[in-house]
Design a protein. Structure first.
Length: 94
């Protein structure tokens, strides 16, 4: 579990440094160890959104919400991503 913790922290540091591709890859590694980590799914989505990979980001947010349906940050990120994708009705419904 310590390895996952380091992996997520490393990914968070990469994200903060705006190294979004490396951050998304680091979140992938963390999620391979713990696919039930809703926070890592959310953060992966944020990194992908920063790379303009909105559809992939949306899938990450969906994974996070499947694990934790009442996660406010993910609900907000999902709504913003739907807005960017011009899926305004879906954003309002979510």
């Amino acid at each position: 579990m310590l390895r996952l913790y380091r992996g997520s922290n490393g990914a968070n540091a990469l994200y903060t440094l705006k190294r979004f591709l490396e951050a998304s890859e680091s979140y992938d590694r963390a999620l391979s160890l713990d696919p039930n980590n809703a926070s890592a799914w959310n953060n992966r989505g944020n990194a992908l959104a920063a790379l303009n990979r909105q559809e992939e980001a949306l899938k990450s947010y969906e994974q996070a919400l499947a694990l934790k349906p009442d996660y406010p940050e993910v609900l907000c990120n999902r709504g913003n991503t739907l807005r960017v994708l011009n899926r305004h009705k879906d954003a309002l419904d979510s």
